[in-house]
Design a protein around this ligand. Structure first.
Ligand SMILES: Nc1ncnc2c1ncn2[C@@H]1O[C@H](COP(=O)(O)OP(=O)(O)O)[C@@H](O)[C@H]1O
Ligand SMILES: [Mg+2]
Length: 273
């Protein structure tokens, strides 16, 4: 683990919804993400994954605890909207593109407040579309594109203001398995080639299997946090031949309780080495 400033850190994050019959959606969640990491957040439905993403992305405030984004405590930020648009890129399950705008215009939307000329914005949007493999589709409306293409536009839009981190909540939830691979290849390439820091919520082992770190949430708590750092492949090979690795691959009852939810993702990783 490097000593550089984390992109994002949470400190004893707690989120309680409602009053009366309170739901403790997050309960004492502390972790940090370094620049360039690719983190998958997995766990059963209701585990608190989306809640965590909302807090990380300053879309909601914690009940207690704090989120620190590139050294800035969100609790101290006055203009959250502005801070968010300059620091964080979001990709949701539904692409949320504006149907009346073309692909290139959709990518320009987050740049509204940025001090660039119209021409510079157009140039940047075109560059981003190229980066996601859509250089020829800039003038198309969302309804003239496939689901995978729309999600690529959403990724390009999320990158418009060069965010410190890209947060994605089930980004492939509506896509078939082939298109899921395509989007995951794109995210992997962004992480590898552009150094984009990624945090992706998913229940899809196919998706979690390409991340280098898998955090499992259960009942609002971190149940396990497994990273494959620099010697990635070697670590995987060692793990594969360990007792634990064999238990993961066999999917049998020898698996420690806290690894059960992460097991499908780990199996996917181990299958590659
Ligand atoms: N806006 C909300 N109001 C009340 N309860 C909520 C709200 N959002 C989520 N919850 C509850 O918080 C828990 C965690 O939800 P969520 O973060 O959506 O989990 P996940 O994304 O892992 O499925 C669940 O029990 C859910 O019902
Ligand atoms: Mg969710």
């Amino acid at each position: 683990m490097s000593n550089s400033l984390p992109v994002v850190e949470t400190r004893q994050l707690v989120k309680v919804y409602g009053d009366g019959a309170d739901v403790r959606a997050l309960d004492d969640v502390t972790f940090s993400v370094q620049p360039g990491e690719f983190v998958a957040i997995v766990g059963p439905s209701g585990a608190g994954k989306s809640t965590l993403l909302h807090l990380l992305g300053a879309l909601d405030r914690p009940t207690s605890g704090d989120v620190i984004l590139r050294g800035t405590s969100l609790a101290k930020v006055r203009d959250l909207d502005r801070f968010r648009s300059q620091t964080i890129g979001f990709v949701f399950q539904m692409h949320n593109l504006i149907p009346t705008l073309t692909a290139v215009e959709n990518v320009e939307v987050p740049m509204a407040e940025v001090r660039l000329s119209g021409r510079q914005k157009r140039e940047r949007a075109r560059e981003l579309l190229k980066l996601v493999g859509l250089e020829k589709r800039g003038h198309h409306l969302p309804n003239k594109m496939s689901g995978g293409e729309r999600q690529r536009v959403a990724v390009a839009r999320a990158l418009a203001n060069r965010p410190a981190i890209l947060l994605a909540d089930e980004p492939t939830g509506n896509l078939d398995s082939h298109t899921t691979d395509e989007i995951m290849d794109l995210l992997t390439a962004l992480n590898r080639d552009q150094g984009t820091t990624l945090l992706v919520v998913t229940h899809n082992p196919q998706v979690a299997g390409v991340a280098r770190r898998v955090i499992t949430l259960r009942d609002g708590r971190i149940q396990s946090d497994i990273a494959f750092e620099s010697a990635y492949e070697k670590d995987l090979i060692d793990l594969k031949h360990s007792l634990l690795g064999r238990a993961i691959l066999a999917g049998n009852g020898d698996l420690p309780e806290e690894l059960r939810d992460a097991a499908p993702a780990l199996r996917q990783l181990l299958a590659k080495v």
